[in-house]
Design a protein around this ligand. Structure first.
Ligand SMILES: [Zn+2]
Length: 104
């Protein structure tokens, strides 16, 4: 059974789905999306999303939660990369503010 994890800003009500939690005996050590994708640290777009999320939410209440610690309210946050109404694609997220994505 997969246990998923989310990176949340509770101030802005936004989240990033991190994927399946990979565990060792001492707890989570990584996250993975899909069956055999590149490792997250080899995924340039996801890396940009995470770094931008950190910058966008400086000073805000952010955390990483396993799905068992998510509330219904948290599941209603705007998901970056989600496909529900009100969500935003990773590509669109990385385009705002204009110019950020082109800076590298
Ligand atoms: Zn925020």
């Amino acid at each position: 059974m997969s246990i998923y994890a989310y990176f949340n800003c509770h101030h802005c009500r936004q989240s990033v789905w991190l994927g399946k939690t990979l565990h060792s005996d001492s707890g989570p050590f990584a996250f993975q999306r899909g069956q055999s994708p590149p490792k997250h640290w080899n995924s340039p777009q996801l890396n940009k999303v995470v770094w931008k999320f950190l910058a966008d939410h400086t000073g805000h209440h952010i955390d990483v939660r396993l799905e068992s610690d998510m509330t219904d309210e948290m599941y209603s946050y705007q998901s970056i990369g989600g496909d529900s109404p009100g969500d935003i694609t990773e590509e669109e997220y990385l385009k705002s503010p204009s110019g950020w994505y082109d800076s590298d």
